[in-house]
Design a binder for this molecule. Sequence first.
Ligand code: ATP
Length: 221
Amino acid sequence: MLEITHLNVWYGAAQALFDVSLTVGRGELVVLQGLNGAGKSTLLQAIMGLSPHATGTICYQKKSILGLEPHTIARLGLGYVPEDRRLFSGLTVQENLHIAARIQRAERAGGAVLSIHARQEQVLALFPALKNMLGRKAAHMSGGEQQMLSIARTLMTSPALLLLDEPCEGIAPVLVEAIRDALLHLKGTGMPMLVAEQNAILSSRADRVITLVAGQIANTP
Ligand code: ATP
């Protein structure tokens, strides 16, 4: 579904990614490993159209998306959970979920568009801990709870492919387990995912593990 070839990304004069090629196929979990500064976030941002300067090709469903605006890419079905979560901290859990639902992918290939309520039921089934917090402001949640909300919020847009940037980083172990279980459940439903992580939480269950070192792919998956 996602095919990246010979991707190079720069921040000003500094090149951050070098000739990166990878694919994420239908239903695949692909894990992107690498140390701090290896380029994991840069790669996910480039896919979402958030890079200042990128060359190469990025195709989603055989359509070139390099150069498209981030909101256009999101509407095509790519759901992105950034490392910094970007929640509306002054809004409640429920409000965060509903705002996201309004930017749902306009068309679902071959499927019915679910109501906001039905989608909320689905994501709350995945993250039951959020059920008791619907009225709580995001600012008053722990880091792990915010991370669950961030993933849940992205799922409210009915993505067809999920990009997650370090979803388990800096989170209490019990919530790491809950997030890992939820992501593996999603994998079981056939959701394709590209997940950046440093701590090998999901890599043992990945279809492929790609290692980035200093902006380059270091292994041949
Ligand atoms: P981390 O886990 O620390 O987020 P990462 O693997 O995601 O690391 P990136 O954040 O993609 O790595 O960083 C890749 C390289 O690009 C690093 O050398 C970093 O300093 C540089 N970089 C990242 N963001 C910017 C920016 N906005 N401006 C300039 N350089 C940047």
